[in-house]
Design a protein around this ligand. Structure first.
Ligand code: ADP
Ligand code: MG
Length: 259
């Protein structure tokens, strides 16, 4: 059965989507069967995996509303090496429509039952909010991976997210755990980033991934080619860091109960 991980941080532009598609591509390169679920109406993980978000019919929206199942909505990305349950702007409406539906906060969990045997790992790219969509992600996950930039306010935002994870754990999902904090867009020349990185390690100990993702322009360029950076330029520093992360995640998986 698949291990399901949310890539979450309620801040935008912190590297969630970049982490999702590159970790997925790294895991796929290691032979893991991977599904990426795009829970963000911006559809960046979809496009960044080489799937045209305008061509989705059905999409994750239909899966959440209940008019399609995951089997019919998922698409395989040959280039990226994994399956994608894609999103587009339609998903923005789901937030409102879900409110009046039964089991509104665990519709994704119910929909995934069909396919969990098809994958080793399912990675969910969450939107930049602690919304009903994110809650659907957290509700079906075994773990959360939190990408973060080592900036001054990073730790403050983190406590909101950690509290949300604790609440979901206490009230809704006893499988949920914090898998790891991932330092992204890291520039070791910046003293403040080094300081925040040290604070993170002091505070969260081994919950901080050993792997650090550097700021690397190839990672930022890759989406415009519809490719994860790991596939676009495997020799780049960014791609190599995400391959190291894929190895680290596989090593950590031994500790995580499958669903
Ligand atoms: P989020 O999904 O949290 O909004 P993104 O993954 O879309 O964040 O990243 C925000 C922006 O930063 C994007 O333009 C992306 O290409 C860029 N970016 C992300 N990670 C890196 C990195 N390690 N090096 C350089 N640019 C990055
Ligand atoms: Mg994103």
């Amino acid at each position: 059965m698949a291990r399901i991980f949310c890539i979450a941080n309620q801040k935008g532009g912190v590297g969630k989507t970049t982490t999702t598609v590159n970790l997925a591509a790294g895991l796929a390169a290691l032979g893991q069967r991977v599904l990426v679920i795009d829970l963000d109406p911006q559809g960046n993980a979809t496009m960044g995996s080489g799937i045209d978000k305008r061509s989705l019919d059905p999409s994750i929206y239909d899966v959440l509303i209940g008019t399609a199942d995951v089997r019919s909505a998922r698409r395989h990305s040959d280039k990226a090496g994994y399956d994608v349950l894609g999103a587009n702007r339609e998903l923005a409406g789901a937030e409102i429509e879900l409110v009046s539906l039964e089991h509104r906060d665990r519709r994704l969990k119910m929909a995934l039952h069909d396919v969990t045997a098809d994958y080793d790992l399912i990675l969910i790219d969450c939107p930049p909010s602690l919304s009903l969509l994110t809650l659907n992600g957290l509700n079906c996950a075994h773990g959360v991976i939190v990408p973060m930039q080592c900036e001054y306010f990073a730790l403050e935002g983190l406590s909101d997210l950690v509290n949300t994870i604790k609440q979901v754990y206490a009230n809704l999902n006893r499988d949920l755990q914090l898998i790891g904090l991932l330092r992204v867009m890291f520039d070791p020349r910046i003293t403040l980033q080094q300081q925040v990185s040290e604070q993170l390690k002091d505070h969260f100990g081994e919950k901080v991934f050993n792997t650090v993702i550097p700021r690397n322009v190839r990672l930022a360029e890759a989406p415009s080619y519809g490719l994860p950076g790991v596939v676009f330029d495997p020799n780049s520093k960014g791609a190599q860091a995400f391959m190291a992360l894929a190895h680290e995640v596989v090593a950590r998986i031994g500790d995580i109960r499958p669903g």
